[in-house]
Design a protein around this ligand. Structure first.
Ligand code: HEM
Length: 115
């Protein structure tokens, strides 16, 4: 809802500076998490692993932190503020590690016979 609302705001106001926030909320927050959820429905043994919970929390803490920081950066034009740089860097790192944890879960725990 937030991702499409930002897209709608950009369309109607003709201000495209928030494109980076719009695309990441929609793709990492909606599309990727939807696919991951469907993978867990197809292969429920993956969802039972601790790796799935670790990924969930890394993704759901990291993405809002990265997006809020990036939103403020792009809206204010202040690309060098230390708290905002730390927010995007830490948030982005958490999401990156989370996606690797998810991929590791799939690669290690999805048996060939089930795929
Ligand atoms: C109400 C729904 C949406 C509206 C009004 C909307 C609006 C926009 C606007 C105005 C742009 C900027 C276009 C430009 O820079 O020329 C954009 C870019 C983009 N949107 Fe959306 N969007 C919507 C939903 C979505 C969804 C659901 C996704 C993905 C799941 C998405 C992914 C993207 C991507 C990847 C771009 C970047 C395209 C590029 O720069 O080449 N959008 N959107």
């Amino acid at each position: 809802m937030i991702g499409v609302s930002i897209g709608y705001y950009m369309s109607t106001s003709h201000q495209y500076n928030l494109t980076g926030v719009h695309v990441h909320i929609n793709l990492l927050g909606w599309t990727a998490l939807t696919l991951i959820g469907l993978i867990y429905v197809l292969f429920p043994e993956l969802e039972k692993k601790a790796l799935a919970k670790i990924h969930f929390w890394l993704h759901n803490i990291g993405l809002p932190l990265m997006m809020i920081s990036l939103f403020v950066m792009l809206q204010t034009g202040n690309m060098t503020s230390t708290p905002l740089v730390i927010g995007t860097a830490v948030g982005g790192t958490l999401v990156l590690i989370g996606v690797f944890v998810f991929a590791f879960n799939v690669l290690v725990n999805l048996k060939k016979s089930e795929a």
